[in-house]
Design a binder for this molecule. Sequence first.
Ligand SMILES: Nc1ncnc2c1ncn2[C@@H]1O[C@H](COP(=O)(O)OP(=O)(O)OP(=O)(O)O)[C@@H](O)[C@H]1O
Length: 288
Amino acid sequence: MRLSLNAIRKSYNKGKTIALDRFTAELTPGIYGLLGPNGAGKSTLMNIIVDNLKPDSGEILFNGIRVLKMGKDYRSRLGFMPQHQGLYDDFTGHRFLWYIAALKGMSKQKAKQEIEQLLEVVNLTDSRNKKLGSYSGGMKQRILIAQALLNDPDILILDEPTAGLDPKERIRIRNFISEIAQNKIVLLATHVVTDIEYVAKEVVLLKRGKLVLQGKPAQALEEMQDKVFEVRTAAENLAVLQREYKVSNIAGGTSELTVRIVSDRPPVGWQAETVRPNLEDVYLYYFE
Ligand SMILES: Nc1ncnc2c1ncn2[C@@H]1O[C@H](COP(=O)(O)OP(=O)(O)OP(=O)(O)O)[C@@H](O)[C@H]1O
């Protein structure tokens, strides 16, 4: 299974804002972590993949066939969890899933079976008859993931699935996505690097509509080797360091600090040691 995104371009405001600039990528089963700052074009890309939005130019192929030609056959393979989904507060979780199943054109029998299963998987069986308005943030995210999974999509697009969750819920959702990702192409957009650090097959970095990096997390980290340093210094030197370097972390007390910096060149004149990079350092390197 292969989803090919070929030179996708999308602008807004009569061409004044370029949201995607000839974005090209090949996706196969596994989780792709889509990272980028606000306005990088992540939502635009996701909406184009799920056919909510038409690109100005470029095309998408699924297993080599243009998705425009596949039409409904393509759309029936998609599951989408958008960032801002209006939930129907008066619907119960159970009714909401039935409603989405109907929109997806699923047969009653198939819907019934999958809804029972999915409620179980997202751990909402006991809350199925509660209204969505009374669900917690985590429960809402979970029912939204469940609706995206209805009809067993081959391509799953998740726009910030852990937004607004506490750490416990975040870990749970992350593990859950990782479990269900087998045999699916999953594109997961997030601002939270730790959401994808250990689960993503590849990271995709998007900056002002352009692809700046696509590769295995280990490769991305490899490229950062010898670019991350910890500097031990007195607190009063912090401002100088911050002016000269990208600072990814500051730890320590009131007098001495350990400042983590990301830099192409070693910080000469400072008491510094090279440390192992993490994905947050990669993010900072490309985006700050
Ligand atoms: N409907 C629209 N009309 C005009 N400009 C838009 C529209 N949607 C997005 N944009 C602009 O296109 C660019 C990309 O936006 P997009 O929402 O795709 O980015 P994003 O990476 O999803 O951002 P965020 O992380 O904040 O959701 C931004 O400059 C944004 O202001």
